[in-house]
Design a protein around this ligand. Structure first.
Ligand code: SF4
Length: 326
């Protein structure tokens, strides 16, 4: 099978298989934010995507078409209810597509079956996949140290934590270079003085489309010491078995299962406030109701739509929230 293909994908999935096959996985969400994102959304709307569809979906669509991809993997179960329609639209443009589903039943048997289907597609076996996983785990171990330096030693800001962890969905397509850059960053961070932050915030929900949220939180005197979903992208459990790893990964599963990870982390990291981000027109807004109910801390929901700075209304709400709870 030809190697070095550019494989786009719509959210974290067992990327080890793609690396094992000698290809470059590309997280379309990360690429979208690096492009002229407003133009990408506009281009999708010109193709007929409605205004009332989430900006990430429109961004992923246009980014997929503009990125010289050999294939796109859509995560059609365990992420987004729009993923299958997105995949159909991408296929319509002549780009080969493949779907990966996080099984409804969170069992070893079902996850193993889905992983094997992916391995067959890329003509790799489990030994190849585990070899790729071992290499990625070396980097993930360092990311877990970086995460601890964020909430415990306070050497890393919430924004830096977000950027490094969110990038671990695809290691920017090149794990060796990623690790080199991470090592350089951590050598610098190790020399810093601890950064006091009060209040200490948790950030829950999908990564924000706002470009300046973390900076605004710092301007208000606080910082984010827990990026829930981004931390999950870094596979914090480091399970030896790859099937187990993707069963422990909480993002694709129910809100109650996510809370089993969130609640102890809020406690351990001594979080004062919760910021929860929801995307306009996203079905996960419904999950946010239960997140708010069960976290038991002051909770602010921020809703974003376009990739732009936070709008005045949301900014005012953020400022008031800090005023009341600081
Ligand atoms: S924000 Fe919601 S609707 Fe948009 S891509 Fe993510 S899961 Fe789908």
């Amino acid at each position: 099978m030809k190697k070095n293909k550019r494989i786009g994908f719509t959210t974290s999935f067992p990327v080890e298989v793609v690396f094992a096959a000698g290809h470059f996985p590309i997280d379309l969400n990360n690429l979208f934010l690096d492009c002229d994102s407003t133009q990408m959304i506009h281009a999708a709307e010109l193709k007929g995507f409605p205004r009332t569809v989430c900006g990430w979906i429109k961004g992923n669509y246009s980014t997929a078409l503009a990125s010289n991809l050999d294939e796109v993997i859509g995560i059609t179960q365990g992420d987004c209810s729009n993923a299958q329609s997105l995949l159909d639209m991408i296929a319509e443009e002549g780009i080969p597509v493949w779907s990966f589903s996080f099984p409804n039943r969170r069992t070893h048997e079902d996850m193993d079956r889905e992983l094997r289907r992916l391995e067959e597609h890329y003509e790799v076996d489990r030994t190849d996949t585990l070899k790729a996983k071992a290499r990625l785990d070396e980097i993930r171990r360092k990311l877990l140290v970086l995460d601890e330096w964020t909430w415990n030693q306070r050497l890393v800001t919430g924004k830096e934590n977000h950027l490094w962890l969110v990038s671990s969905s695809d290691f920017n397509g090149d794990p060796d270079r990623f690790e080199e850059e991470l090592d350089t960053f951590m050598q610098e961070a190790a020399k810093r003085d601890p950064m006091p932050a009060k209040p200490r915030c948790a950030f829950l929900g999908v990564p924000p489309i706002y470009r300046d949220m973390y900076d605004l939180v710092r301007d208000l005197g606080g910082d984010v010491g827990f990026n829930e979903v981004q931390r999950q992208f870094a596979m914090p459990h480091l399970a030896e078995d790859i099937v187990e790893q993707y069963l422990l990964y909480t993002y694709p599963y129910t809100i109650k299962e996510r809370l089993e990870d969130i609640l102890p982390q809020l406690q351990q990291r001594k979080v004062d406030l919760v910021l929860s981000y929801i995307q306009s027109f996203c079905h996960l807004q419904i999950d946010n109701i239960l997140l708010k109910k069960y976290t038991g801390l002051p909770f602010l929901t921020l809703e974003g739509d376009q990739p732009e700075p936070m709008d005045n209304r949301a900014l005012l709400r953020l400022e008031s929230f800090f005023e009341v709870h600081s």
